[in-house]
Ligand binder design. Structure first.
Ligand code: HEM
Length: 186
């Protein structure tokens, strides 16, 4: 049960867990440019596993949100800020789903996917997307490039949204002196 003006404990746990996994996944994939060649493959495999975990958590988070609507924004926020906050949150949800989905599509269109089965955290097999794997090789190569471009572009949208999201929260906390962060803290 949520207190007035606060997210539920479950929503708070989803928020920080997903945020931490996304940061870890970005750091992990960037670090592939710094490590020796034989270390890159395990890093990318872990990146895929964390990404699939984020996708599953995002689905559970959305279901939870539908059953447990978030607390209303404080009445002191002007109309344009309410609109901007809702738009940023909606776009963040779109990105949290589309980033892992395009990664999964990109990986499924990889020409070596069939000979390099994916295992979630090395523990058990994880499927590729069947219709993508079944496409004929030339078209699959083009799909691989397209999904890779989408994955990278959506990551840049994520970075921009992250800045807007944190700036908005800090503005409410520090300038408007509203207990904004407390809404998303246990
Ligand atoms: C939390 C979800 C995810 C985030 C935040 C994320 C983020 C990123 C970023 C920032 C890059 C580098 C893009 C660039 O070149 O600038 C990348 C690359 C990549 N991602 Fe993801 N990703 C996620 C999920 C996934 C998933 C679920 C898969 C596959 C199952 C995946 C597969 C890949 C692959 C194969 C690359 C290219 C690696 C390479 O060969 O350089 N990603 N991702």
């Amino acid at each position: 049960m949520a207190q007035a003006g606060k997210y539920t404990r479950v929503a708070i746990a989803f928020h920080w867990l997903i945020a931490a996994l996304i940061v870890a996944n970005v750091v992990l994939i960037w670090s592939t440019t710094l490590v020796a060649d034989d270390t890159i493959r395990p890093l990318i495999d872990t990146h895929k596993s964390i990404g699939i975990t984020v996708l599953g958590l995002a689905a559970m988070r959305l279901l939870w949100r539908m059953a447990n609507p978030p607390p209303p924004l404080p009445p002191s926020y002007p109309g344009w800020e309410r609109w901007a906050a809702h738009a940023a949150h909606l776009l963040l949800y779109v990105v949290i789903f589309c980033l892992p989905l395009t990664g999964w599509l990109h990986d499924s269109a990889w020409k070596d996917a069939a000979t390099h089965p994916m295992r979630l955290f090395g523990l058990f097999p994880w499927p590729r997307i069947g219709w993508v794997m079944g496409v004929e090789p030339d078209a699959k190569e083009r799909l691989h490039d397209l999904f890779g471009l989408m994955h990278t572009s959506i990551a840049y949208v994520l970075y921009a949204l992250f800045v807007v999201h944190v700036a908005g929260a800090l503005k409410h906390q520090l300038v408007d002196k509203e207990p904004e962060l407390q809404r998303m803290l246990p």
